[in-house]
Design a protein around this ligand. Structure first.
Ligand SMILES: NC(=O)c1ccc[n+]([C@@H]2O[C@H](COP(=O)([O-])OP(=O)(O)OC[C@H]3O[C@@H](n4cnc5c(N)ncnc54)[C@H](O)[C@@H]3O)[C@@H](O)[C@H]2O)c1
Length: 387
């Protein structure tokens, strides 16, 4: 344990998320870590920090300043790749916001820059610390649920207004963001799904572009996933539906898990459903079940927990909760659903990253969309991740 050592941290991108990270760091919520510098391309975004830490108008200057050992990247997504590569090549530990990059080929470029194993490279997937999701993962990994046969995740409570989309020039454009709800709101859900069940073998996506909003990217999605063992999944998401639903159901050989409205219920088959199906003499018989409402600690899912784990990993070598290399999976899933919809056919995984990048570049080149930026009012940004 390195009690006396402190990590000097810098943040690049002092918008919604960067300011949020700065607030808990300045409030000393992360032990053995000191916020020493922040950077933003817009000078007014730096003003609140001028008397507290060193401020930089250029990310490159902060990276090369010698004032930081580690960096949090909280800029629009495309910059995660270029700034992440620069920071890693400059010998900094990196904690990158989700999604780690916009598309799979960029993820691979970014991850390839992590050549020095002494540097810690993590991603901000704070839902991995949520006790409900940790419990679901444990039930699957320990075999309590049996082999997973199906999931359904309807996550349509990502409601966003037109004002949200107008609030940032980069948002919801092919050029500035590279996607919509799948890339901005859903990386956490997609990361959890692959954390629970691994990657599917193919996906078929139906993505509606600008169905509810004046945007050019997807804001409403229904997708079918299929795994190598025949397990299936349906993933439904939207930023246009209110009140919206957040219901995750996972069925396995030994029962069914449902997480909805902060209730996690496990209906457990007393015996294997497949074995029962094979051996029962009666035609309409079903395995007996136990109904269990699983208790969980309401804390967790906090960004500062991931930041603390990042610092502890640098100083003590503790394993990362969310290594950046695992962040490629959620990007690949988002890309594959969108690509499938654009090509109107199922897409096999692993995704051809170069082909998808070419398609995205074509969307950028063909875009006629003109964005009008209007500052949103009455904003409570933390509502984007507190339910
Ligand atoms: N983990 C989470 O819960 C969570 C929640 C929201 C957003 N995010 C992620 O955080 C990132 C930022 O999102 P946001 O909502 O804060 O966006 P935002 O638009 O509010 O902030 C982005 C900031 O980056 C700055 N910036 C742009 N280019 C820059 C450059 N070259 N150098 C320095 N600064 C630059 C902008 O001026 C702006 O202040 C996104 O990747 C998003 O997906 C994560």
């Amino acid at each position: 344990m390195s009690e006396n050592k402190k990590i000097r941290l810098g943040i690049v991108g002092m918008g919604n998320m960067g300011k949020f990270h700065a607030a808990y760091l300045l409030n000393k919520k992360v032990a053995r870590c000191e916020l020493t510098a922040v950077s933003d391309a817009i000078a007014t975004n730096l003003e609140p920090f001028q008397n507290q830490v060193k401020t930089f108008g250029s990310a490159e200057a902060m990276i090369h300043s010698g004032l930081i050992d580690a960096i949090v990247i909280a800029t629009p997504h495309y910059l995660h790749t270029s700034l992440g590569i620069l920071a890693l090549q400059s010998g900094l530990h990196v904690l990158v916001e989700k999604p780690i990059s916009v598309h799979k080929a960029d993820c691979e470029r970014l991850l390839a820059a992590h050549t020095d194993s002494k540097l810690v490279f993590a991603a901000m997937f704070q839902l991995r610390t949520d006790p409900r999701y940790k419990k679901i993962r444990n039930l699957i990994q320990q075999g309590d649920l049996g082999e997973v046969v199906r999931f359904n995740w309807t996550i349509t409570d990502w409601f966003r207004t037109e004002a949200y989309y107008s609030s940032g020039g980069w948002r919801a454009t092919w050029k500035g963001e590279g996607g919509g709800v799948l890339l901005n709101q859903c990386p956490h859900n997609l990361d959890l799904l692959q954390w629970f069940c691994g990657m599917p073998a193919k996906v078929r996506g139906y993505c509606q572009l600008g169905r509810y909003h004046n945007i050019e990217v997807e804001d409403n999605v229904t997708a079918y996933w299929e795994y190598a063992n025949g397990a299936t999944g349906v993933f439904i998401t939207s930023t246009g539906e209110a009140p919206g639903t957040n219901r995750l159901e996972i069925a396995g050989d030994r029962g069914r898990l449902v997480l909805e409205q902060n209730k996690l219920c496990f209906t457990r088959n007393e015996v294997s459903m497949r074995e029962f199906g094979r051996t029962a003499k009666a035609g309409f018989a079903k395995p007996e079940v136990w109904n269990i409402e699983l208790p969980f600690d309401p804390s967790g899912a906090q960004h500062h927990e991931i930041a603390q784990n990042f610092v502890d990993s640098i100083l003590d070598g503790v394993p990362l909760i969310a290594p950046a290399r695992e962040g490629v999976a959620s990007v690949e899933l988002a890309n594959a659903m969108l690509y499938s919809s654009l090509l109107d056919k199922a897409i096999g995984l692993p995704l051809d990253g170069a082909a998808y990048e070419a398609k995205l570049l074509q969307l950028v080149a063909d875009s006629k969309f003109e964005k009008k930026v209007v500052a949103a009012t009455g904003e409570d940004f933390t509502r984007s991740f507190t339910k």
